[in-house]
Design a binder for this molecule. Sequence first.
Ligand SMILES: [Zn+2]
Length: 377
Amino acid sequence: MGGKGSLTIGRVWGIPVRLHFSFLIVLPYLAWVIAQTTPVLAGMAGIDPGTLVLPRLGLGALLAVALFACVLVHEFSHVFVGRLGGGRFSGVTLMLVGGVSEVVELPRKPMHEAAMAIAGPVASLLLAVVGYLGHLIAGPADLRFGLFYLAYVNLALALFNLLPAFPMDGGRIVRALLSKVTTRVRATRVASVLGQLMAVLFLIGGLLSFNWVLLLIGLLVVGGARAELEMVKSSAALDGLRVEQGMQRFAPTVDAGDGVAMVLERMRREVRTTYFVLSRGDLVGAVTAAELKRHDGAGAAFARISDVMQRDVPRLEPDQELGQAAQMLRASRLTMLPVVQAQDLVGFVSLGTIARAVRERDEAQARGRALREQEAT
Ligand SMILES: [Zn+2]
């Protein structure tokens, strides 16, 4: 998610922060909504709207930007706690419905996953508390109103995300807790059904009250629950397989110092679209035909691979679960991921090599069954 239709605006802890195009649409709208609701919210905060100095739309725009900064804090709390538990992330994208942290690899222990899921709502709650306390002691009316508004929205964000349904954080917390007593697939199915039931309530509530926000949440939850179940089901087909069994023991490489034009020529000759990049024998990134073509042209004669390569390439280990590797591959923007053993690049995993591993295992099982049946007769 996030690759298409989004713009990278910077990095935090080496993780790219992207803006989805839907975010650019929603920002002015949000500024407008905030401006519209300012009198009501100011009343709630005990502030006379007449004492606000800034024009309403200007204040709305400032608060819309501040709100998304709060969403970033929420997302990076997931990232921070997730990393402590061994999780890996490929990016954080701000979009229409808030933020999404793209998980490449979930923490292995369910309790770590639960901690990662709850970190976001906890961060939002803390921001709400800080905002509320700040509004009590701040001087200027605009600042007091702004802090009150942010406290209000962060509280709503925390509560909304604690709803026990995918794709909200609460769904992940429920799944992680259930994973302790049953398999991950069954845990996801239960959490998914729970989410669907809730989505139905949202949809009914939305229709009865003509509340389009509730309707939108209902639809979001239906979609999220399905996607999560499909993802876990397909990785269950890979249960018991390791990267070792699903990898190709060969990896096409280029050197970081190679010229872009030369590598493009090699791609054409070898009919290959992805190469891993080595620098003094160490894996430092990957390049794909798509990136090189963007840089092909006037400057290509002088450009080096190190200027255009992707640097944050997830690495696999031979003894890792293949299901997890498949998830990482799907989350990455590459068609193959490198397998590294004791610092050495030993091969790659692609959808093709994964499919082959599954086929080989199924054939071996079928042969085993045929043999047993022969023995039985
Ligand atoms: Zn969250």
